[in-house]
Design a protein around this ligand. Sequence first.
Ligand code: NAD
Ligand code: IPM
Ligand code: MN
Length: 359
Amino acid sequence: MYKIALLPGDGIGPEIIPQAVRVLQAVGEKYNRQFALQTALIGGAAYDATGHPLPEETLAVCRNSDAVLLGAVGGPKWDNLAPELRPERGALLPLRKKLGLYANLRPAVVNPALATASTLKEDIVAGLDILIIRELTGGLYFGQKHRQDLPGGGQKAVETLEYTTHEVARVARLGFEMARRRRKKLTSVDKANVLESSRLWREVVESLAGEYPDVELSHMYVDNCAMQLVRNPKQFDVLITENMFGDILTDLASQLTGSIGMLPSASLGGEVALYEPIHGSAPDIAGQNLANPIATILSAAMMLRISFGLEDEAAAVERAVNKVLQQGYRTGDIMQPGKTRLGTVEMTDAVISALGQDA
Ligand code: NAD
Ligand code: IPM
Ligand code: MN
């Protein structure tokens, strides 16, 4: 019995999480696995119901589970609340921090059927398989923050970008380990020509390189990296980077795969891991059965593999996704001429049907 906490959240969250759950149930039936699901409130939905975006009860449900599957949080309705009550700063960031999830794995893999779906040329993206590891509980997001009124009028707003040796070393080690299991190339992305935190980051990464002689380590400035990801993304294997750099670079990388609706993620480092698509609550398409459920379904597959060690089950879900894309089924975000357009629920139906036919 695997215990999963479900946190649908806001916007398209409550549409995509039930779809991933249907896929989990289908794969569970096929392989005779039982999942115990417990749903809890987070984000704007939690604020509306309880007055706080991250209720204690939600944290307890997560801590009492073997893994957490999250949709997305936030939306215009809650944008002007006090910072600690806003879904992003009051719920998602504290949840990651409290669960100790310092490493966020964001694989950007181009599905063969979608090599022509990217806005980039096919030969640039075809066969792409990179892993961006985003530091998730430090950096600019978690530094000091304050505002002050200036005597002459106006205000000053301050954020600090802080990292310790320990914080860099643990995520760097994971980067080396992951690279070792892949194509053995690690690119550490920083802004060491300007930022002191990046100088420390680079020194710490460099100091570990001797322990991984089989991994080819290189360093790249984040501005160049953004450009290189568009120019020639296949030069990379594993990348490690600071929290906010990773946030920005992974949205960019998602577009190489065709859509942000395709990119799953796993946040690791604590007792219980958290899985979520990298996209947000997509208020512009919420409630219309338009969201691509694949990023969430693939996040559930990452959960099966990483948290539960269910490799066959994870691979079966990934094969089913591959198959429906190959069959020409598309949600609006990855729609192409001559293909069949499906809604959120119908795309999931297709995945479940492919899973049923899988050998
Ligand atoms: P977003 O990722 O929600 O949406 C960006 C664009 O991508 C939109 O046009 C949206 O329709 C599209 N999109 C996103 N996911 C899609 C999917 N599964 N299928 C099809 N299209 C999809 O980013 P945003 O608009 O900048 O932010 C909206 C809200 O989400 C904000 O409140 C933001 O803070 C929040 N957010 C939350 C998370 C999270 O919970 N992890 C992540 C990012 C943004
Ligand atoms: C993400 C999101 C979040 C982040 C926001 C909503 C706080 O953009 O998960 O990528 O920046 O980490
Ligand atoms: Mn983001």
